[in-house]
Design a protein around this ligand. Sequence first.
Ligand code: AMP
Ligand code: MG
Length: 332
Amino acid sequence: MNTQILTTTDTDIARAAALLKGGGLVAFPTETVYGIGANALDGDAVQKIFAAKGRPSDNPLIVHIADAAQLAPLVREIPENAQKLMDAFWPGPLTIVMKKSSLIPEFVSAGLDTVGIRIPKSETALRLLRACAMPVAAPSANTSGKPSPTNAKRVSDDLSGRIDAIIDGGSCDVGVESTVIDCSTAVPHLLRPGGVTYEQLTEVLGTVVQSFGGHSEGQTPKSPGMKYKHYAPSAQVVVVTDDFEGYVLKNAPKYQKAGVITRSLGAFPVNCEVRLFGSSPKEYAANLFEHLRSLDDAGAEIIFAEDIDCKGLNLATRNRLHRAAGLNSVKE
Ligand code: AMP
Ligand code: MG
């Protein structure tokens, strides 16, 4: 399959919408990461997403809509908590899980009786969703298990030849995926930290149970996606929580080439490829996935990354970083 690279002109957005309406797969930018879209109401089209990504079939997809008016037919009810969150954070990086209606194909919900839905904020994503006038199922546009793509080149690296088109809309603003919150139960559960922070959610809802798991053996996360190896580059990743520079100085020379993701430039050994994490939570989130991928390209055998705290947006970025490291972190 020849993957077309499209721009964000009206003509190209119309082309992309036509491909989606015809049952094709189109990758497009959102404010979080790039997504790979298919008509959410067409089971055959949705099934192709799983094949293109190599995604396990028990990992459900997020459904994207342009307007809250599209929501009602897709769900059995709109819980009060969901309505409060929609009013506060849509359009934006928040996916709300609700009981699904029979319109949602089994492939989308991966056999669950719920569906995750969001209205993205990205203008390009919204223009595409409006042009095709249907809900679009869209997981992140990476090969399953790899870091999510935050620009069109990374989508192409993973999926060229496997999807119909990629809309190149530049780099994503947030850089980590949407927050996923389950509102199908009386007490809301945070299933994946993301672009809308835990603090923002509790401000609107009061109690929110953190339920993204994966941090201890035998804990089964409520969100199927959180049980898989995820966000991982080819190089091994080690998160260093203390004396970062000292740890790298001691350990990097054991390798031919090491990658370093640091918050401040230091005296790192000459075999280190150094990437600046950034100087704010917004920058850490925007840079993480691209740094992991570019350090793979640079031939790093191992990547040493400086740990960050759990406040605000950092909860999401830190979650991705630690999962990229297979939940292994070291303290020196
Ligand atoms: P991705 O689209 O690659 O960002 O992955 C979607 C994430 O949302 C995965 O972690 C899924 O497990 C999670 N998700 C989507 N729909 C549901 C749902 N109905 N219930 C629980 N988690 C969901
Ligand atoms: Mg993903």
